[in-house]
Design a binder for this molecule. Structure first.
Ligand SMILES: [Zn+2]
Length: 408
């Protein structure tokens, strides 16, 4: 049990209550005071005082609700002010680069995505291009309320300092991406960097198909296979943030070489190249060839449908292991797997029936992701908002100053 001195304890409680309210407004949008009372369990008078602090700081506004004809006065509605706290989100994907400005409450204020040629690129080239895009976006917005920068990258990332340990699609190894961005972006806002699938999972949980679900397994297929695991409402990251690399679960002892250096990893059996090989297309053909296979399957081609069946079997083998270990409520299929959901689901469910323990099997639903290609970018924005949501008090006036202003 932790003991606080009386003043320290009340300040700790105030900070926790402010955090609960700003998180609710950010995630759910405008709420009436009565709804905030119901959602946070705080008293009406506590809510009124705490909302006052957000309104004073410009982070929220209160408007009188339109009466609905019922008895009593309508409860005022509290809205987050998107322009009052803005984050810069960045996405380094296999085929594209993207930047966005996102305001408090999750409103996307501006977003630019540019295609990039597949293959290896130097860190200077990518960071330079993203700094240029970000500069244009920020100059255009005229907003100087930048509170954080979040970066999604298609690689294995150490969260503590943004070191990219490996990013095979970019040809990177041990790149200190956090410090490279800090130098290039001309901003003092803190920078957080994480793996793109982890952030795709976060976005689907906050804004997509998995809202309100506490245990989610997000699996994203493209050239590689990424995973984001949400356990008890929190991302499972491991000691340093390297966790969740489901694409490199060994599944086939007689399999082919993986780009990570091992053999028979899950992504060698279910990634984009595996699909193209199974469907008789050139394995290195990229996104255009994947589109062609999807079209063939839609048109009823037996070869394309057979390729998806074979892919679904391997998908089921890996998923069965993950479901048995993690007991998720929802499996969200992103990227290629989301697009191909209708062609995969039959064989996938059958494989899970064969290999999953009955208890966890009965509880799971398998659904396609909702946020598409922007999921990691929106997740990067959520990552950058986290310090504000965890402790908004640091953005507000100290309580003593408020009391003096009020009595003046
Ligand atoms: Zn591997």
């Amino acid at each position: 049990m932790r003991l606080y001195a009386v003043g320290q304890r009340s300040e700790t409680v105030r900070r926790a209550n402010l955090s609960a309210i700003v998180r609710e407004l950010h995630v759910s949008g405008a709420r009436s005071r009565s709804e905030l009372v119901a959602r946070t369990g705080l008293t009406r008078s506590a809510i009124r005082g705490l909302i006052g602090e957000f309104v004073d700081a410009g982070l929220a506004s209160e408007v009188r609700a339109t009466p609905l004809g019922g008895p009593g006065r309508p409860s005022p509605v509290v809205r987050p002010n998107p322009e009052s706290a803005v984050v810069l989100a960045i996405d380094i994907a296999v085929d594209s680069l993207a930047v966005a400005l996102v305001g408090l409450g999750g409103e996307v204020l501006d977003l630019v995505r540019v295609q990039r040629p597949r293959g290896h690129s130097s860190v200077d080239e990518i960071v330079g291009k993203l700094a240029e895009l970000s500069g244009d976006l920020r100059a255009g917005s005229g907003n100087d309320s930048l509170i954080g920068i979040g970066v999604a990258v298609v690689g294995v990332v150490r969260r503590t300092d943004g070191l990219v340990s490996t990013a095979p699609n970019l040809g990177w190894r041990d790149v200190p991406l956090g410090s490279r961005f800090a130098g290039a972006l001309n901003s003092v806002a803190p920078i957080s960097i994480a793996n793109d699938a982890d952030l795709g999972a976060l976005a689907e949980v906050r804004r997509g198909v998995a809202v309100g679900v506490e245990d989610v397994l997000y699996v994203h297929g493209e050239v590689g296979v990424g995973g984001g695991l949400i356990v008890n409402g929190r991302p499972l990251t491991g000691t340093a943030g390297f966790g969740g690399e489901v694409g490199h679960i060994p599944v086939n002892p007689d399999g082919i070489a993986c780009q990570c250096g091992s053999v028979g990893c899950w992504e060698t059996e279910v990634g984009e190249e595996a699909l193209l090989r199974l469907a008789g297309h050139p394995p290195g053909g990229g996104w255009n060839e994947v589109e062609a296979v999807l079209e063939e399957a839609s048109a009823g081609s037996a070869v394309a449908l057979g390729a998806f069946d074979a892919l679904a079997r391997w998908l089921g083998i890996g998923l069965a292991g993950l479901v048995n270990v993690l007991n998720p409520r929802l499996v969200v299929l992103g990227g290629l797997f989301g697009r191909a959901h209708p062609f995969l689901i039959g064989a996938l469910e059958a494989e899970l029936d064969r290999r999953t323990l009955p208890g966890p099997r009965a509880l799971i639903r398998i659904v396609p992701a909702r946020l598409g290609v922007d999921a990691p970018l929106l997740g990067a924005a959520e990552l950058a908002f986290e310090p504000l949501l965890a402790d908004p008090a640091s953005r507000l006036r100290p309580r003593g100053v408020r009391a003096e202003l009020a009595s003046a």
